[in-house]
Design a protein around this ligand. Structure first.
Ligand code: UD1
Ligand code: CA
Length: 496
């Protein structure tokens, strides 16, 4: 179980992941005669994320609001990198520095759009960073986090098969208000018209522009230079590339997404909550299909990537985050929060316990209301009871601390019993010091270990002791003020 606990800096971990899972996708294009397959690996991505996000009413840039524990833009970024898109550029503007901090550190290039003059202008800003790229440019939005890989693969396949200059991903919406509408002539797409520029007849169209496209480069950049801003918003619309392509006699294709839900864009906090709920549902459904019982899935907060073994039971109000792995036959009671932990089989996490960056062997019982801080390592068959806090503490098999205890910078052997109210005094105000407790030690209640200190195997520490010196094996250590009795003292005070 040797494993590093990476920090949860969103960008880093994520990009590391995608490095490992990197697969360069080959787009297979079948020529009309169908006999030969032509392969191209030229696939780039531009992700738009410079917009203000006014409707979020937030100091945090919209694309950094978390969905399933990561900034929402991290999802399309990861998808694009997983698909093998290189180069991969993110267009930032509002809150650019914050976006670069949160999402940087990997292979993503950042492009500044100094002024938000529209989606068309935003893509044009990325042109130089794509360095004369020739091939397919996938265009994604930083505020569309629910998109699935299969959908993009279908979009790219359609783009290739149709030899299109532009392929737009569309969706059927019951309520298309606010979106650009797909205007067709027969099954030919002739244009995309924005809500604010649409006629009443066009507003009744329910097929909308998801804002996701495949473009041929360098064609798209040439086309963008011909796009003006004579429209209701005075912006350079990316959607106008469709009309330019048509005029140039180039093919414009449209692919309806299988489910509209995944193309949902987030503009306000209501949609943010909705997107989080959808992500949660996806993750939870996958876990339940894998044999995990969730008593109330809608109220269970498990981040994508968390692994859970079969027959584990998870109560509502539980948060399992980051790179957490949980074994089989575990029980996780309400209010438990686990971040970046590796947990064995048949572990019982009782209500209200909080665990981070810790490793637990099989058959442990934790809580209620225990706090396992980073660096806690339990070998197996351990019990940490209510109001026990640990930090950088290792416990050998079958050792336990059942109540009201702090164990910090501590190495504990096997079969050790830590009595109620034990405290390791690990900090002298300047440095941290280590307490070592060897196998088979019995620690009486209300003991303080003033570190550094070592307790030899098989010793007994008398209750109420303040231990400041090492204890040899198999000894009794008694370090408390002897009791004084003054018989009749109180009575004399009362009745002089
Ligand atoms: C856009 C589309 C619309 C589509 C909708 C789908 C245009 C003109 N309209 O409208 O047809 O139905 O998306 O959600 O393209 N952005 C920039 N720089 C800018 C403007 C926007 O980077 O100058 C980014 C935003 O951060 C966002 C994306 O582009 O990630 C979309 O911008 P937004 O203003 O939300 O476009 P919509 O008006 O929703
Ligand atoms: Ca807009």
């Amino acid at each position: 179980m040797q494993r590093l606990f990476p920090t949860r800096s969103v960008g880093e971990g994520m990009f590391l992941d995608s490095l490992f899972t990197l697969r360069i996708m080959n787009i297979l294009v079948t020529p009309p005669n169908g006999t030969e397959k032509m392969t191209t690996t030229n696939l780039a991505v531009v992700i738009l994320a410079a917009g203000k996000g006014t409707r979020m009413k937030s100091a945090l840039p919209k694309v950094l609001h978390p969905v399933a524990g990561r900034p929402m833009a991290a999802w399309p970024v990861q998808l694009a990198l997983d698909l093998g898109c290189r180069p991969a550029a993110l267009v930032v503007g509002h809150g650019a520095e914050a976006a670069e901090r949160a999402l940087g550190g990997g292979e993503l290039l950042f492009v500044r759009q100094p002024e938000q003059l529209g989606t068309g202008h935003a893509l044009l800003c990325a042109e130089t960073s794509l360095a004369s790229f020739v091939g397919t440019v996938l265009l994604l939005c930083g505020d569309v986090p629910l998109l699935r890989r299969q959908t993009l693969e279908r979009l790219l396949a359609c783009h290739g098969e149709r030899r299109a200059a532009v392929t737009v991903l569309t969706a059927e919406m019951d309520d298309p208000t606010g979106y650009g509408r797909i205007v067709r002539d027969g099954d030919q797409v002739v244009g995309i018209v924005e809500e604010k520029d649409a006629t009443a007849a066009q507003k009744s169209i329910c097929e909308i522009n998801t804002g996701i496209y495949a473009f041929e480069a360098p064609f798209v950049f040439e086309a963008l230079r011909r796009v003006g801003r004579d429209n209701a918003q005075g912006e350079y619309y990316l959607t106008d590339v469709v009309a330019v392509a048509r005029t140039a006699g180039r093919t414009v294709a449209a692919l309806p997404a299988a489910e509209a839900e995944e193309t949902m864009g987030i503009n306000d906090r209501l949609q943010l909550a909705e997107a989080n709920a959808i992500m949660r549902r996806r993750t939870n459904e996958e876990l339940m299909r894998g044999g995990v019982t969730l008593l109330d899935p809608a109220a269970t907060y498990i981040e994508p990537g968390v692994e859970i073994g079969a027959d584990t039971l998870v109560h509502p109000g539980v948060h399992l985050r980051g790179r957490t792995r949980l074994g089989r036959d575990c029980v996780v009671e309400p209010g438990v929060i686990v971040t970046d932990c590796e947990i064995g089989d048949r572990v019982h996490l009782k209500a209200g316990s909080v665990l981070a960056e810790s490793r637990l062997g099989n058959d442990c019982t934790i809580g209620p209301m225990a706090h396992l801080r980073p660096g806690t390592v339990l070998a197996g068959h351990n019990k940490l009871g209510n109001f026990v806090e640990t930090k950088k503490a290792s416990l050998g098999e079958r050792s336990q601390a059942s109540h009201l205890t702090y164990l910090g910078d501590t190495e504990i052997g096997k079969n050790v019993n830590i009595g109620c109210g034990t405290i390791t005094c690990n900090y002298d105000g300047v440095k941290k010091h280590v307490t070592i407790i060897e196998d088979d030690v019995f620690v009486g209640s209300d003991t303080q270990f003033v570190a550094p200190v070592r307790i030899g195997r098989g010793s007994l520490i008398a209750a109420g002791s303040t231990i400041t010196k090492n204890v040899p094996p198999d000894s009794l250590a008694l370090a408390r003020t002897p009791q004084v009795i003054k018989e009749g003292w109180r009575k004399k005070k009362r009745d002089p």
